[in-house]
Design a protein. Structure first.
Length: 289
């Protein structure tokens, strides 16, 4: 009886510790969620405030009445529709090029055996350690001599040369796919390209969606690239257009936050639509190294 009571006591104490740990984890996660979501809530709140409400102390979280005119004024202050079209063109072109080029390179590293393959792969990964600011000036000089300045070519064509991060992510996922599928396809007369298109890519939907989400969001939010390579206002993107609301001596925060809220919506929609595959791709891309 004493042994049974001792076991019951141990089970109860373990259950209590588990509940305490779970409660602590939930509390930490809740605090982090509030911290991460605070800038977004502040942006949306400010986008609905008048000038007097923005600078009022104590702070106002729920504007009364909401200044919906900030959104109308933001759309009229700049050619927002044109900038959206420009951004969408760059996003679609870059995302397509990134998926195609990174898939082919990752497939080669994951499936083909060649002397120096691992060394070459390490060289590719090492390029991720180069900051963008280090290569910006040499790239600008090169694109200037190629007469690509003030065109979309410097922003789109490099995407068709592969991205080290996405090559690594796709390679890791491709290596989790059994090689027996490749051998069975070869016995049926399938070529290496056919194996990639008919077997590897269809089974890699989570990883491909992850690449699409990352590439689309990063390209949509890119500010430095379009700012450096584009000089005509009719070619600007949304990220560059938002800078128009910041004047030399003052900033219209209501209009700026309204435009920023509208610019955030496409990224949010892309992530929500691809959330299931995105999480799965991140979770399974590093199982095999």
């Amino acid at each position: 009886m004493s042994l049974m009571r001792r076991n019951e006591h141990l089970l109860v104490s373990r259950s209590r510790r588990r509940r305490l740990v779970d409660a602590l984890v939930y509390l930490i996660c809740s605090v982090l969620i509030v911290i991460f979501i605070f800038p977004t809530l502040w942006m949306v709140s400010t986008s609905l405030k008048s000038v007097a409400q923005i600078y009022k102390v104590p702070l106002i979280w729920i504007p009364r009445p909401p200044a919906w005119s900030n959104y109308i004024n933001a759309l009229q202050a700049m050619p927002f529709e044109k900038y959206v079209r420009n951004s969408l063109f760059i996003v679609v072109t870059v995302t397509l090029g990134t998926v195609l080029s990174s898939s082919f390179v990752a497939y080669g590293f994951a499936r083909f055996r060649a002397p120096g393959r691992e060394i070459l792969f390490m060289i590719v990964l090492s390029t991720m350690m180069l900051p963008y600011a280090v290569t910006l000036i040499p790239q600008f000089i090169m694109f200037s001599k190629m007469q690509w300045i003030n065109t979309y070519r410097p922003l789109t064509i490099p995407a068709y040369l592969g991205s080290p991060f996405f090559i690594f992510l796709l390679r890791q996922f491709f290596m989790t796919i059994p090689r027996e599928l490749d051998e069975a396809a070869k016995m049926d007369g399938c070529s290496a390209l056919g194996i990639l298109l008919r077997i590897i890519l269809p089974l890699s939907k989570p990883a491909l969606v992850t690449v699409v989400v990352f590439s689309a969001i990063w390209t949509w939010n890119d500010f430095l690239g379009p700012l450096v390579y584009l000089s005509s206002k009719d070619k600007f993107t949304v990220a560059v257009g938002l800078s128009f609301f910041r004047g030399e001596h003052s900033t219209d925060w209501g209009m700026l936050m309204a435009a920023s809220t509208m610019a955030t919506i496409p990224s949010l929609i892309v992530f929500l639509l691809a959330q299931r595959y995105f999480v799965q791709g991140i979770a399974t891309s590093g199982l095999k190294g």
